[in-house]
Design a protein. Structure first.
Length: 655
C-alpha cells in the first residue's frame, strides 16, 4: 500500500508530515504512538543522530559502547548488566535518571558515578538513563543508545528495546559467537529491516572460533545464508573480539572507523532515517488498530459466514420487511374489523328488500290499517281484523324471504370467507357464520305504521324504507358478537405469530448489526490506510511556528541532585540542559542558593505556627515552629548527645 521513498526527504516536507501524523494519531486515541512521533519531531528539530546497540544479554553491547567512546560509562560484567535504556551523548556533565513512577532525577557533576552505573542495572524501577559527558569523543548532537537484551525473561525489557528502536538512525545488532543461529536473532533483525532501518550485524567474541573445527570462510557463509533464508540482508557484518584485541579475525577497528565515518556524514542519513521511523510508526498504528479490531472482525465474520454476499446485502431489507409485518400484525385486528364493518355496510346498503311486489303487499297492509277500512256487513269487525292479519302475514312472509335472500345469505358467505382469509380455525365463529340470521317479528311491521297517517304513494314509500332500515339495523346488531369474537381470536392468533416472528427478527437484527458493523469497520480500515498513505506521500500544509511549539524540548519538573542534596526545580529543559549547568556545583552558587532559601523557609514556619496557634492541643507545636524559625534566621544550630548513664556524654561535650 505504502511505497518506500528512495529519495532523500526534504526536511520541511518531513516536518509537515510528522506534524500531520501526530495530529492524526492524537485524534485516533493513539497517544503512545503520537508520543513517539513527537520524539521524532524533536529529534529532527535538534538534528540528533542516534546509534543503537541491541542484541542478546551479555553479548557485549555495553563493553563495546564503552570501548567505542573510550570511557567505562556503562556497567559491564559476565552477567547481564544494562536492564533498561541508556543513552550516552556529548554535552555538559550530568546524568538523568527516568523512573517508571515519579519525576526524573538530574545528577549534576560531580555526582556518584557508581550510583548511576547501578541504576543502569535496575530494570524494575528505572525506565531509562541519559548520561552526558563534556569531554566525550562523540560529535555534538550524537547519541549512542544501549538497550536491554531482547532475550530477557522480562517482557518489559523487550518492549522497551522495541519501542526505542524507532529513535535510532543506525542499528548495530550484537550477537555472541555461540548464539548466532538463535531464532530470535532472525526474527528481530527481520523486523528491523522491514521497518526500513539500516541494520549492521556484529558477531562478538570471534576469538571463540576454532579454525580446525570450521573454517572462517565456511562460518561466514553459513551466517550469510542463515539470515538470507529469513529475508534479512544486513548492510554489513562485523566480526569482533573485545577480549583479544590482537586476534587476527577481529574487525573492531574497522567497526570504530565505520562508526566514525557515519558520524562525520550523519547529515546525509538523518532525514531519510527519520522518515523511515515515521513510516514505521504509521504502520505500527495501522497494525495496532487492526489488532484491536481483529477479534471483533472475526466474530462478525463468523456470524455471517453461512450467508452469501447477496443474502448479506439483503439482510436489511428482510429485517425491515419483518418489522413491517409485525407492525401489520399489531394493526391487523383493527384493520380487519374495519373492513368487515365496511363490507357489511356495503352488503346492507345494496340489499334491495322492497321490490314492486313487496311494496304492493306493504300498501295492501297499510290500506287495512286505515280507520275506514271495513270488510262485509255481518260480523264486519272480525272479518276486517282477519283481513288485516292476513295482509300483515303476506307482507311479513315476503319481506322475511327477501331478508334471507338479499342479506342473510350474502352476510353468511362473507363471514365464512373472512374466516378463511384470516386462517382462523374457530368452531364458534364458524358456527355463528354458518347459522347467521336476522330475526324480526310481525310487531316490527306493525310498530312502524304511523298512527293517523293517510294512505298515499309517498307514505307507502316512506313506510317501506323505514321497515327496510329497521331490518338492516337488526342485522348489523346481530353481527356484534361475531365481530367481538373475531377481533379477540385474531388478536390472540397474531400475538402468538408475533412471538415466533420476534425470534427471527431478533436473529436478523443481530445479523444486520454484524453486517453494518463489519462494513463500518472495513470502511474505517480503508480510510485509515488512505489517511496514512496521504500523510506519508503528500506534503500537508503546516504552520512552522505550530511545529516548533509542538516539537520543542519540553520543560519538566525534576529533582536536582548535587552533593547529596535534593532541590525541587520546576520547568527544567530535559533534553538540552543549560550550558552553565556544571556551575551549579560551585561553592559560590551553593551559598547563594542557601541564602535565598533561609528567609523563605523561616517565613513558612512562622505562617504554619500562626495557623495552628489557636487550635486546642497545638499550642506547644506552634511555639516550637516559631522557635525553629527564629533559630533559622539567627543561624542557630543545636547538637544533641544521647546515650546511657556514665557513657561519657558530658566529658565528650566539654572536650
Amino acid at each position: 500500500m505504502i511505497q518506500i521513498v528512495n529519495q532523500l526527504e526534504d526536511s520541511r516536507a518531513l516536518k509537515a508530515r510528522l506534524f500531520a501524523l501526530y495530529e492524526y494519531l492524537m485524534s485516533h486515541q493513539d497517544s503512545d504512538t503520537a508520543k513517539k512521533a513527537r520524539k521524532l519531531g524533536r529529534k529532527l528539530t535538534e538534528g540528533e543522530f542516534t546509534i543503537a546497540f541491541c542484541g542478546h544479554f551479555s553479548a557485549g553491547k555495553s563493553t563495546m559502547i564503552n570501548t567505542v567512546i573510550g570511557e567505562k560509562l556503562l556497567p559491564s560484567s559476565p552477567i547481564p548488566t544494562s536492564a533498561n535504556l541508556v543513552k550516552v551523548k556529548s554535552g555538559e556533565d550530568y546524568a538523568k535518571v527516568f523512573f517508571k513512577k515519579g519525576k526524573p532525577r538530574l545528577y549534576l557533576a560531580p555526582y556518584d558515578f557508581e550510583l548511576v552505573k547501578n541504576f543502569c542495572k535496575d530494570g524494575d524501577q528505572i525506565e531509562g538513563i541519559e548520561i552526558s559527558r563534556q569531554h566525550s569523543v562523540l560529535p555534538d548532537r550524537t547519541v549512542i543508545m544501549d538497550t536491554p537484551g531482547i532475550d530477557s525473561a522480562d517482557d518489559a525489557h523487550r518492549v522497551a528495546t522495541e519501542s526505542a528502536i524507532h529513535e535510532a538512525d543506525l542499528v548495530f545488532y550484537v550477537m555472541d559467537y555461540n548464539h548466532v543461529q538463535a531464532e530470535l536473532n532472525f526474527l528481530f533483525t527481520k523486523e528491523l529491516t522491514q521497518s526500513g532501518k539500516e541494520v549492521y550485524l556484529v558477531i562478538n567474541q570471534i576469538d571463540k572460533h576454532r579454525e580446525d573445527e570450521l573454517s572462517i570462510e565456511e562460518f561466514k557463509k553459513s551466517v550469510d545464508q542463515s539470515f538470507a533464508s529469513w529475508g534479512v540482508k544486513p548492510a554489513k557484518i562485523f566480526y569482533t573480539s573485545l577480549k583479544d584485541q590482537g586476534h587476527r579475525l577481529n574487525e573492531f577497528a574497522d567497526l570504530k572507523s565505520f562508526i566514525h565515518e557515519k558520524l562525520m556524514n550523519k547529515g546525509d542519513y538523518l532525514v531519510n532515517s527519520i522518515y523511515h521511523s515515521m513510516k514505521k510508526l504509521a504502520l505500527d498504528h495501522l497494525q495496532l488498530k487492526d489488532d484491536e479490531e481483529e477479534n471483533l472482525l472475526l466474530s462478525l465474520q463468523e456470524k455471517l459466514m453461512y450467508l452469501s454476499e447477496v443474502e448479506q446485502k439483503n439482510l436489511k431489507i428482510k429485517f425491515d420487511n419483518i418489522q413491517k409485518e409485525m407492525a401489520l400484525l399489531d394493526e391487523e385486528p383493527k384493520t380487519a374489523l374495519q373492513i368487515i364493518e365496511d363490507k357489511v355496510g356495503d352488503i346492507l346498503k345494496n340489499a334491495y328488500l322492497m321490490p314492486f311486489q313487496t311494496r304492493a303487499l306493504a300498501e295492501r297492509y297499510l290500506e287495512a290499517c286505515q280507520p275506514e277500512f271495513k270488510v262485509g256487513f255481518l260480523f264486519s269487525k272480525q272479518k276486517t281484523q282477519d283481513e288485516k292479519n292476513m295482509r300483515l302475514s303476506q307482507f311479513y312472509d315476503d319481506i322475511l324471504e327477501k331478508t334471507k335472500s338479499q342479506i342473510e345469505w350474502h352476510l353468511r358467505e362473507y363471514l365464512i370467507t373472512s374466516l378463511k382469509e384470516k386462517e382462523l380455525s374457530d368452531t364458534e365463529l364458524e358456527s355463528f357464520a354458518q347459522s347467521f340470521s336476522i330475526p324480526f317479528s310481525k310487531e316490527l311491521l306493525e310498530q312502524t305504521v304511523k298512527p293517523g297517517a293517510r294512505l298515499s304513494g309517498d307514505y307507502v314509500l316512506n313506510y317501506t324504507e323505514e321497515v327496510s332500515s329497521e331490518i338492516k339495523k337488526i342485522g348489523k346488531f346481530q353481527l356484534t358478537p361475531f365481530k367481538d369474537a373475531f377481533f379477540e381470536a385474531l388478536s390472540k392468533r397474531n400475538i402468538a405469530l408475533k412471538k415466533e416472528i420476534e425470534k427471527e427478527s431478533s436473529h436478523l437484527a443481530e445479523l444486520v448489526t454484524a453486517y453494518e458493523t463489519l462494513n463500518s469497520l472495513m470502511e474505517e480500515k480503508r480510510l485509515r490506510k488512505e489517511s496514512i498513505h496521504s500523510i506519508l506521500t503528500d506534503v500537508p500544509e503546516m504552520n512552522e511556528s505550530a511545529f516548533s511549539n509542538l516539537f520543542h524540548a519540553e520543560a519538566e519538573e525534576v529533582e536536582i541532585i548535587r552533593g547529596g542534596d535534593e532541590i525541587k526545580e520546576s520547568k527544567m529543559e530535559p533534553e538540552t540542559p543549560k550550558a552553565n549547568i556544571s556551575s551549579y556545583s560551585s561553592p559560590e552558587v551553593k551559598e547563594r542558593n542557601e541564602s535565598n532559601r533561609i528567609p523563605a523557609t523561616s517565613a513558612r514556619l512562622k505562617r504554619a505556627s500562626a495557623l495552628i496557634d489557636n487550635l486546642p492541643g497545638f499550642k506547644k507545636i506552634s511555639s516550637e515552629l516559631h522557635e525553629k524559625a527564629e533559630r533559622l534566621e539567627n543561624k542557630g544550630f543545636t547538637v544533641a548527645l544521647f546515650g546511657a548513664f556514665s557513657a561519657g556524654k558530658s566529658s565528650f561535650a566539654n572536650a
